[in-house]
Structures are given as structure tokens and as C-alpha cells.
Design a protein around this ligand. Structure first.
Ligand SMILES: [Fe+2]
Ligand SMILES: [Fe+2]
Length: 289
């Protein structure tokens, strides 16, 4: 029932075509000198260039059948994700230049995506819809709680805030595309597939990002129990990002869930106000085809 979608009627998805850190050399431990904090953000960033290209490819396959407003939103979504891929690719190159070998992490992402791509397009759309919920709740937490990026190098922290802002702004697009694509499915089938995909995605997300962060920590000489203790403390206790998103993650399974049941555009307005105070050269925003 696409007529009842709660995406705000006045929502505008506006790509902010910004560039980060092109002239800077990134400090290896850019997150306040902390190995585990740098490792988990770097592990996440490693997934974005190919991961977000996959999101774009998955949602675009359904654009032609989408109603006009959703089709427009898909267009803006693909533009935002394409720019995120570009900026995280540049960031990952700087991390590699700082000495990290990201190849194992990149190979793992490719492996996961190859499995999903071998299934019908609706599976890729469902995986994208679930991962977009993940990115939206991480993004909300990142902007709502300054603890997460406290101590990080200014420009790199800004890259993460900018990305978080746009993830919130387009958080309903993959979900609405999924609702439209499955509009003729029985309610229970829709819920069952959505729930199964989310559980599968969550398992892979937690396992892969933890393994990725541990691999990067190993490259900084932190291994074994010490590495596990530091990383688990950081993710689950203080600042505890995974613990803090648990409630929002769970709401995905409730009847009537929609990403915009929580209207958190106040975070976007606050980000945009802050970003405007940082001098940025005016650039023409390239739209996706
Ligand atoms: Fe993104
Ligand atoms: Fe996204």
C-alpha cells in the first residue's frame, strides 16, 4: 500500500557534493590516536565504495516501475551514494598510504556481494533495504551523540558526519522501493522475507566488521585477547555504538515499521548549519542519470 508511506511529504533529498582531505596526509591513527576506534571506522569505510555501488545497482533495477516521486528520490539517492563511494574510495587510498593493507577486507566484501548478486534482483533489493536501515541507525547515533567522533581529526570526522547526514536523508528510499516492489505480496510473506534478510545481514555485518577491525588492529601490533577486549569494549560499552543502536535495530521487526517513523531531520538541519560555517568552494552538483 504505497499510499500510506510515511516518508515526509516535504522531504527533499539534496546531494551535498563535498570533497574531503584531498590535500591532507591522513594520520594513521586519525581517531584520536586510538587503534580500535580507527580500526572499526576504517573497516566500515572499506565496505563503502563497492557496497554503495551495489546499493545503487540494486535499487535502480526497480526505478522504471516506481511512481514518479519515488523515481525522483531513487535518482537523488543514487547521486548521494555515488558521491559517498567516491569520497570513501579517496579516504581508503589515504588509509592505504598511511600503511594499512585493506585487501583482505575488500575481498570479504566482494565475496558477500557475489553471493547476493547470484540471487534474483528482489534479494539484492531486500539486502539493500536492510543495510540501509543499518546505515541510517548508525548515522543517527553518529550525529546525535558527539562522543563517537570525539578526538577524531577534524576533516575525517567531518567526512563521517557528512555521510551520516545524507544516509539519514535518504533512509526511506530503499525501503519505499521494497514496499512498492512487494506490494502484491501477502503481508506475512513480506515480513518473513524482510526479517530473515535482516537477521542474515546483521550476522554478516557484525562478524565481518569485527573481523575487519581485528585485522587492522593486528596491523598496528594489537592481537589476541587484548585486541578483542579493546574492540568489544569500544563497540558495546564505551562509547558503545552497537549497544546504542540495538533498540532502533529491533524496531525494524515491529508491525508498521518505516524508517521515517522517526523523523530525525533536526540532525540534518544542525549538520547543515554547522557545515555552512566551513568554507567550501561552490561546485555544481552532478546528478545521476
Ligand atoms: Fe552512503
Ligand atoms: Fe545509503
Amino acid at each position: 500500500m504505497t499510499a500510506t508511506l510515511p516518508t515526509p511529504a516535504d522531504l527533499s533529498i539534496t546531494p551535498r557534493d563535498r570533497r574531503f582531505g584531498r590535500d591532507a596526509t591522513v594520520r594513521r591513527l586519525w581517531h584520536g590516536g586510538r587503534v580500535e576506534a580507527t580500526a572499526i571506522y576504517n573497516a566500515l569505510s572499506t565496505t563503502f565504495p563497492v557496497g554503495e555501488a551495489f546499493f545503487v545497482e540494486s535499487v535502480r533495477k526497480f526505478r522504471d516501475e516506481a511512481p514518479p516521486r519515488l523515481a525522483e528520490e531513487i535518482k537523488a539517492f543514487t547521486t548521494q551514494e555515488a558521491i559517498h563511494s567516491r569520497e570513501h574510495d579517496a579516504f581508503n587510498k589515504r588509509a592505504a598510504k598511511a600503511g594499512y593493507d585493506l585487501s583482505k577486507l575488500e575481498a570479504q566484501v566482494e565475496k558477500r556481494l557475489a553471493v547476493t548478486r547470484s540471487r534474483p534482483p528482489i534479494v539484492s533489493l531486500a539486502a539493500t533495504m536492510a543495510l540501509e536501515h543499518f546505515t541510517a541507525i548508525l548515522a543517527h547515533q553518529l550525529l546525535a551523540n558527539p562522543k563517537h567522533l570525539a578526538g577524531g581529526d577534524v576533516e575525517t570526522a567531518d567526512l563521517w558526519r557528512w555521510h551520516a547526514c545524507e544516509e539519514i536523508e535518504h533512509k526511506g528510499v530503499a525501503y519505499d522501493t521494497w514496499l512498492h516492489a512487494t506490494r502484491d505480496w501477502p503481508r506475512f510473506k513480506r515480513w518473513k522475507v524482510k526479517a530473515k534478510v535482516m537477521l542474515f545481514i546483521t550476522r554478516n555485518f557484525v562478524v565481518d566488521r569485527t573481523a575487519g577491525a581485528l585485522e587492522l588492529m593486528r596491523q598496528d601490533g594489537i592481537t589476541g585477547l587484548d585486541a578483542w577486549r579493546r574492540l568489544l569494549w569500544y563497540l558495546w560499552v564505551r562509547p558503545g555504538m552497537f549497544r546504542m543502536i540495538a533498540g532502533a535495530w529491533f524496531r525494524f521487526f515491529l508491525p508498521g515499521f518505516h524508517p521515517w517513523n522517526e523523523d530525525d531531520r533536526d540532525l540534518l538541519r544542525a549538520y547543515d548549519l554547522g557545515a555552512r560555517s566551513v568554507a567550501q568552494p561552490k561546485r555544481k552538483v552532478r546528478r545521476a542519470a
